[in-house]
Design a protein around this ligand. Structure first.
Ligand code: GDP
Ligand code: IMO
Ligand code: MG
Length: 430
């Protein structure tokens, strides 16, 4: 049976949630393998809007197993709230359909405080994070002082872990002018949340390996996008996890041979939230039009997303880094009505042509996009459900994108609605 990894191939918000929800009909298990509630995945089903942060987008389907893997960092208080709000929308969530890896690190309130304090203190260090404590929690994981889901089950262990974390954090907070952490209040809060989280705790690596052996189909749901990857993104303006497809296996406890197909989610233009380089960013009416038509406001922070033309150089690069077999091209409808559309095909770096984004920050800043112009289309592609519904010029655009990135289109999305989706190649086909 084929297992499919979905990853964002730009700077996030490519439409991963919509595509994962659509594909989840064909899957048995849907697993998040990195990131946390910095993710904002929006699904629209018959006009009803669902916004998910930590929960896998498969929960909305019902009858599927949703998994939060060890590669994720989990804010237990946020999760409990998210479960309550999604239940209010009529979605059933119980330990039968949701499992959390016992070795998942927890995001605690002081992680968020630290994140926000660093972001606020001076503009030199500002990344434009979501302020949700993602970076500090991953730092603690690697620093061997994080509290994990399993630690909630034993009072003595929990106290030991908290003390270990506080030695580090209180010193740091002192330097930043934040007061010390109230140990007793924190322990009380953790004791109170433990019974709400522990029923979902499971040896996810075991469950996933058994699912694989018994021929279940696994759908891995990436968060963020490859250009926000801690190693391969536009460092330091990145998130604090590996978001690329290789992480899917590590992030749940499966071997890399469990992955059969990597689907890269690609927006028909480019957006970015937060600071950092963005070679094709637009500051004119075209950029404004993309933002308005695409409703480009962040789900998590409400910030306006920066918008620009499609950058084939970047997507070719991220397709390589994640081993993308096919892409889902989303938001094609947002390009309806432009006279001409531009695609970046290379960079001019001080007179030399580059076919990739260099790593050095000063060089990235000097990269000038080289554009190719493509004729636009006047017809509407919104809601198109087959190739036959697409105007010739839109098909030409899609074909040119495929050619430039060296990767075929497996799916196309033409509106936020679940079923306004065109399947070209089934990623789950064996
Ligand atoms: P994710 O983080 O990758 O899941 O993406 P987000 O949900 O943050 O952002 C994508 C936004 O675009 C959401 O509001 C979706 O409802 C919407 N969307 C997804 N696909 C399409 C599409 O094909 N056309 C349009 N117009 N909107 C889409
Ligand atoms: P989804 O899954 C877009 C960005 C933040 C910031 C940087 C670091 O919805 O695509 P962090 O809080 O992770 O330390 O912030 O990463 N960022 C995202 N941008 N979509 C996301 O998730 C993002 N998650 C983080 O804006 O620039
Ligand atoms: Mg998003």
């Amino acid at each position: 049976m084929a297992n499919v990894v979905v990853v964002g191939a730009q700077w996030g918000d490519e439409g991963k949630g919509k595509i994962v929800d659509w594909l989840s009909e064909r899957a048995d298990v849907i697993a998040r393998f990195q990131g946390g509630h910095n993710a904002g995945h929006t699904l629209v089903i018959d006009g009803k809007v669902y916004k998910l942060n930590a929960l896998p987008s498969g929960v909305v389907r019902g009858g599927k197993l949703s998994v939060i893997g060890n590669g994720v960092v989990l804010d237990p208080w946020h999760l409990v709230k998210e479960i309550a709000s999604i239940r209010e929308q009529g979605v059933e969530i119980s330990p039968d359909v949701l499992m959390i890896a016992e070795n998942t690190p927890l995001i605690l309130p002081f992680h968020g405080e630290l994140d926000r304090a660093r972001e606020g203190q001076n503009s030199v260090a500002k990344i434009g994070t979501t302020g949700r404590g993602i970076g500090p929690a991953y730092e603690d994981k690697v620093g061997r002082r994080v509290i994990r889901v399993a630690d909630l089950a034993d009072e003595a262990t929990l106290e030991l872990r908290v003390d270990r974390a506080l030695v580090h954090h209180n010193a740091l907070r002192n330097g930043l002018g934040l007061g010390p952490i109230d140990r007793d209040a924190l322990l009380a809060d953790l004791r109170a949340i433990a019974p709400e989280i522990l029923p979902y705790a499971a040896p996810v690596w075991k469950v996933m390996n058994e699912a694989r052996k018994s021929g279940k189909r696994i759908l891995f749901e990436g968060a963020q996008g490859s250009l926000l990857d801690i190693d391969f993104g536009t460092y330091p303006f990145v998130t604090s996890s590996n978001v690329i497809a290789g992480q899917a296996a590590t992030g749940v406890g499966l071997g890399p041979n469990a992955i059969d197909f990597v689907l890269g989610i690609v927006k028909a233009y480019t957006t970015r939230v937060g600071e950092g380089p963005f070679p094709t960013e637009l500051f004119d009416g075209d950029g404004q039009r993309l933002g308005e038509r695409g409703r480009e406001f962040g789900t998590v922070t409400g910030r306006k997303r920066r918008c620009g033309w499609f950058d084939a150089v970047l997507v070719r690069q991220t397709c390589a880094i994640s081993g993308i077999n096919g892409i889902a091209l989303t938001k094609l409808d947002v390009l309806d009505g432009f006279d001409t559309i531009r695609i970046c095909t290379g960079y001019d770096l001080d007179g030399t042509m580059l076919d990739y984004l260099p790593t050095a920050a000063d060089q990235q800043a000097r990269c000038k996009p080289v554009y190719e112009e493509i004729e636009g289309w006047k017809e509407s592609t919104e809601g198109a459900r087959s190739w036959a519904d697409l105007p010739g010029a839109a098909i030409k655009y899609v074909r040119r994108v495929e050619e430039l990135i060296g990767c075929p289109v497996a799916m196309l999305s033409t509106s936020p609605e679940r079923d306004d989706t065109i399947l070209v190649t089934d990623p789950f086909a064996d």
